[in-house]
Ligand binder design. Structure first.
Ligand code: NAD
Length: 498
């Protein structure tokens, strides 16, 4: 790092400026006069250097035994634990969610590191019986090569680690581009990697925006891309990568439903809705953005959610007692505010909030009031589009089948929740909701690092992050036949008599 407010890329084990010398700023979204820093606006030449460093490092890193690679990830986990508070403080300052949430973000990275360490001793292949005598069949996992990691800003430490840790544990090397809205958090993660002893070139950092990401996607020596961001960006990126035959993992947007039935524990549901809809200011891919509620409990539940939401304290997330931070930037504030007009035009009612939040420490930030729309029908835009703000749309239904039908009637399919005491309904939901994740009697948010994470339809492309499943993305399977018969054994021919 050049000084306290000027930060650099990390390429081949060196901290360097963008070759063009250009930079961009990151500012505190709760107090925009607070400059977090200047970061390199990287271009094609910087990406070229980072990919070359990663390609060179791959030749030695892939030969390090996986349990040894795991030992480095143990050190990464230990260092993240030591720096948890400090990283969380800086993350809150940069992207706005309260300190208790950013500590959770770092904890998820720690869990991911320790899980990756254990996977160093478990990168299993299979042994499979052969059709023939005196022959062994087995599969082994091989790394893919240089992986490009492109991420969003809302989980600026945890989500990059979902990609970086399994990628390098599997023997790959990476070029990481954090979001332009959270470059400092990404840099702090890479500093941990350096300090933990990850060899030069294994992890490379290039800061920048869309064009920088595009240069990574287009580079011939990048074998795989793992992307987290909007469905629009993901679709464009996947087209480019497909033309170059690159492997791509896409984790994208959501419009996550919470179904609350008439037999539910309404206190539990209310708490889950507050956390799911307004936690992280609604800026989670898994945020609860639709409440699908049975007509018998609609009025009571809406009343309780509104009463509780009114108690939420907005502010700068490093101040004590703050529940909800700002939106990430002016563009996000304008987008969320625009949906108030959309809701009115479509005939929904704004039962809570509906405007930017001002006054008492809020005027220098991108704050929006926790908002709740009632009289929403499934065809309205506020019931179908990802708003990515503290906004909950309430849709009334009269049966469980209708609730599931409404839940599935959007293009996204990431997370979902069902509140019921009826075990049959719970299992029906697990079977029938089109989503990668379903919670029973819990909010739509709350991923655990050792569980697979991902969505269906416009949310994902079939790959998963987290859990052991992510290791399928970062490894190639090689099929191995070992014939020790000493003769030619022709498969499907010599082992059949007819
Ligand atoms: P975004 O799509 O604008 O940007 C994501 C990343 O892609 C950024 O690093 C950006 O610089 C980069 N990028 C932009 N254009 C690119 C291009 N043409 N080629 C390559 N890279 C490019 O998304 P965002 O606003 O940062 O994040 C919000 C979105 O992310 C929401 O839709 C949210 O649901 C989604 N998200 C999904 C998950 C998940 O796991 N499913 C997790 C977090 C966020």
């Amino acid at each position: 790092m050049a000084d306290d407010t000027t930060f650099q890329n990390y390429i081949g084990g060196q901290w360097v400026d963008a070759q063009s010398g250009e930079t961009f700023e990151s500012r505190n979204p709760a107090r925009t006069s607070d400059l977090v820093g200047h970061f390199p606006l990287s271009g094609g030449a910087d990406v070229e250097a980072a990919v070359a460093a990663a390609k060179a490092a791959f030749e030695t890193w892939r030969l390090v035994p996986a349990p040894k690679r795991g030992e480095i990830l143990k050190r990464v986990g230990d260092l993240l634990t030591e720096r948890k508070n400090e990283i969380a403080f800086e993350m809150t300052r940069e992207m706005g969610k309260p300190h208790f949430e950013t500590k959770g973000d770092v904890q998820e990275a720690i869990d991911t590191a320790y899980y990756a360490m254990t996977m160093g001793r478990q990168l299993f292949g299979h042994t499979v019986p052969s059709e023939m005598n005196n022959k062994f069949n087995m599969t082994v996992r091989r790394p893919i090569g240089v992986c490009g990691l492109i991420t969003a800003w809302n989980f600026p430490v945890a989500v990059p680690t979902w990609k970086m840790f399994p990628a390098i544990l599997s023997g790959n090397t990476v070029v990481f581009k954090p979001s332009e809205d959270a470059p400092h958090s990404g840099m702090l993660l890479v500093k941990v990697m350096e300090d933990a002893g990850v060899p030069p070139g294994v992890v490379n950092l290039v800061q920048g925006a869309g064009a920088t990401g595009q240069a990574i996607v287009e580079h011939d020596d990048v074998a795989a891309i793992s992307f987290t961001g909007s469905s629009e960006t993901g679709a464009a990126l996947a087209q480019q990568a497909a033309a170059d035959h690159k492997r791509v993992s896409l984790e994208m947007g959501g419009k996550n439903p919470a179904i609350v039935m008439e037999d539910a524990d309404l206190d539990l549901a209310m708490e889950g809705l507050i956390w799911g809809a307004y936690g992280t200011t609604g800026q989670r891919c898994t945020a609860t953005s639709r409440l699908i509620v049975h007509e018998d409990v609609h009025d009571e539940l809406v009343e309780r959610v509104i009463a509780k939401a009114k108690e939420l304290r907005l502010g700068y997330g490093n101040d004590a007692g703050v529940d909800v931070g700002p939106l990430i930037n002016q563009k996000a504030l304008d987008k969320v505010a625009g949906y108030m007009d959309v809701a009115r035009e479509d005939g929904a009612s704004i039962a809570l909030g509906g405007a930017a939040a001002t006054g008492d420490g809020l005027d220098d930030g991108f704050f929006f009031q926790p908002t709740l729309f009632t009289n929403v029908t499934r065809d309205m835009r506020v019931a179908r589009e990802e708003i990515f703000g503290p906004v909950l749309s309430v849709i009334k239904v009269s049966s469980f089948d209708e609730a599931i039908d409404v839940a599935n009637d959007v293009k996204y399919g990431l997370s979902s929740a069902v509140y019921t005491r009826d075990i049959a309904r719970a299992f029906q939901a697990l079977r029938d909701i089109d989503a990668g994740i379903t919670y029973i009697n819990g909010p739509t948010i709350g991923a655990e690092a050792h569980m697979s994470f991902g969505g269906v339809k416009a949310t994902g492309n079939g790959h998963r992050e987290g859990g052991w499943e992510v290791y399928d993305f970062y490894t190639e399977t090689k099929t191995c036949y070992i014939d020790f018969s000493g003769g030619l054994q022709r498969a499907q021919i010599d082992n059949y008599d007819d």
